[in-house]
Design a protein around this ligand. Sequence first.
Ligand SMILES: Nc1nc2c(ncn2[C@@H]2O[C@H](COP(=O)(O)OP(=O)(O)OP(=O)(O)O)[C@@H](O)[C@H]2O)c(=O)[nH]1
Ligand SMILES: [Mg+2]
Length: 438
Amino acid sequence: MEGNLTTADRKHLEDCIGTGSKKFTLLYSITKDGCSGQAFHQKCDMQGPTVTVLYNEQKSVFGGYASLPWFLTSGAYVKDEDAFLFQLLFSGVDRLNKFPLKSDNAKGLYSRSNYGPTFGGGHDLLTFTNSLSSSNGIYALNGSISASSYDMKGLGAEHINNGSMKCLELEVYKVEDVPVPQQWRKTSKWCKELEESLKSSVSSMRPASEMKVPDFRILLLGPVGSGKSSFCNTVTSVYRGRITQRAICGKAKHSITSMYHPYTIKINSGGCLNVRLCDTRGLEEELGIDLMQCNYLLDGNLSEFFQVAQYVVHLELILVDSSFVKEPTLVDKVHCVAFVLDGATLDELPQRVIDKMKDFRNLCTQKQNNIHPIKNYNTKVELDEGVNILALQALQQMLNYAEDFMENIQQREGKALQSCEENYMSELDVIEEEAGTL
Ligand SMILES: Nc1nc2c(ncn2[C@@H]2O[C@H](COP(=O)(O)OP(=O)(O)OP(=O)(O)O)[C@@H](O)[C@H]2O)c(=O)[nH]1
Ligand SMILES: [Mg+2]
């Protein structure tokens, strides 16, 4: 934060202004920009609401708030009903006081080209006029404090600035509204019932029987250390009813996971989900899955537990590899891809890894810009309702999209079958017609 205004001072001024959170940006400082009416107007005119803060040599801090902008003039009063004077510190001790304008006063501010910030008809707070220089770091400002337009609660200058305008600093800050954060996404209230209903809804999901695919195959892709393996552990923990550690996790320079590992998810009460949560090697600038391997993974050409090579695998090598599935079916294909990203390190992702992810995304037929925040069980030893709900909501969406992907295939195949039947029927017609002409 630039300037001498402390966080506590900012909070107090925010409360005095009374219209929500504010951002204070330093516009002008006499020690940096020079103490002159010209410098003040150059930096502060037409900047909207401002706060002027003076720090005197007796460690008293005081000033004024202007809700309207300063401007160049040969001398004009401004009616600013929301303006006020304040004190924050008196002789080094907190002294929080707001001095509002008295009623029906039209002289909140006084703007003049050779004047520093000036408040009230008296003037109540005149900071300085013309141009001044410092002596031993002290600016003997030629202004004053005297109650007239503002209600000073009976306090004289001696109780506000020790009767001294000898200042170490005078700052003017621009005051802006901080937008109130909007609720990002509406979700149901977290409770045990929600957790249980998500659990049972996810466990009841299975691919349509006519697809003859036992499980939805979800592929997790993402940079090294983004939490792919931890997410597999989180989901398996939710259904096992205890913390599981089937996938090895941790932070390392290169990916800890080296294998394409489809995790089955055991339900505590018996059976498994109709899901394979597929963990993979992380994406790195030079190493890890490349575009070609990703393509093969999506199409189901790479068999389960395939070791993702350290270095780029050439097409010829893959084609002779016994683990290469030459004619994959819908069972082997990936039905939904989830990119796993660590929100805390997003800004540090190398451009090449971002480019890789963009290329991979273009391979997927479903381009869903869905973001599902999750928290993994990386440090916890007991299950937690919130962690479970977030993981279940994310998994539920993945399964929904996997189902959509399969429906599209089903529709496509249905159409192909129909056109096959139509061709067959028209061939029969031709044969029958030909037979008829004999
Ligand atoms: N704070 C926090 N740390 C997490 C979370 N999830 C995972 N981690 C930590 O992040 C590190 C990497 O997690 P992994 O699950 O191994 O990440 P990965 O994507 O599988 O990494 P590779 O297999 O190496 O590519 C571990 O030290 C985890 O403890 C989380 O939700 N919050
Ligand atoms: Mg991993």
